[in-house]
Design a protein around this ligand. Structure first.
Ligand code: G3P
Length: 221
């Protein structure tokens, strides 16, 4: 499973890129607004830090402007994935950009039917928002299971399932068990993945026992 980080916070991106675990970055207009940064300058900087796909979302909702914005964003760096909403106009733009060799991330997916359309439109990634489905009393992970099952029926579909709106480590583990290709994680959730109380307890014991030996591994000449 690939890990993308879902943030527009450059210091978080720099820090987490150093873990060697990051395969890409996703941003959206809300995250850009929260960063307070100029969008284009921000996206260029992120693309320099992380070599994998960096999702940059169009702002327009009409076809013509969305296509123009998508082409502009695609020209910013080799690793841009243009993010378009799952609307008729968005999927038309998806088809054109993907045919021209641009990576496209279709966002705001809330149903398996929508995911089928995105795959048919040539999307590189489909982003089902599982946390937001959970928020309204629908099982977000079930949507991931459905999409993975459907895509697996059709070898001609090359769209990767990018699990978005992830809220906790259980979302990540369950989506991985289903074979989802990518999860985009808020920084806090990525950090939570490391945690287990028995790891902390076990390490404390090993450190204490090692000190009792009076030995050191390094500095032996
Ligand atoms: O970036 C898209 C998605 O991950 C947003 O998540 O937490 O705003 O529902 P959230």
């Amino acid at each position: 499973m690939k890990f993308f980080i879902d943030t527009a916070d450059l210091s978080e991106i720099r820090e987490l890129a150093e873990t060697g675990l990051l395969d890409g970055v996703t941003t959206n207009p809300s995250l850009v607004a929260k960063s307070g940064r100029d969008f284009i300058a921000l996206v260029k900087e992120i693309c320099e830090i992380v070599p994998g796909p960096v999702s940059a979302e169009v702002a327009a909702t009409d076809f013509d402007t969305m296509l123009e914005e998508g082409k502009f964003l695609a020209g910013l760096a080799q690793n841009i994935a243009v993010k378009v909403p799952l609307t008729p106009a968005g999927l038309k733009v998806c088809r054109i950009l993907s045919t021209n060799g641009t990576m496209v991330n279709v966002t705001l997916c809330f149903s398996a039917a929508q995911a089928i359309l995105a795959a048919k439109a040539g999307a590189t990634f489909i982003s089902p928002f599982i946390g937001r489905l959970d928020d309204v009393g629908t099982d977000g992970l079930q949507l991931i299971a459905d999409i993975v099952q459907i895509y697996n029926q059709y070898p001609g579909f090359s769209t990767e399932v990018l699990v978005a709106s992830v809220r906790n480590p259980t979302h990540v583990v369950e989506a991985a068990k289903m074979g989802a290709h990518v999860a985009t994680l808020p920084p806090a959730v990525l950090r939570q993945l490391y945690n287990h109380p028995l790891t902390d307890k076990g390490l404390a014991q090993f450190v204490a026992d090692w000190q009792k030996t009076g030995q050191s591994i390094l500095g032996r000449g």
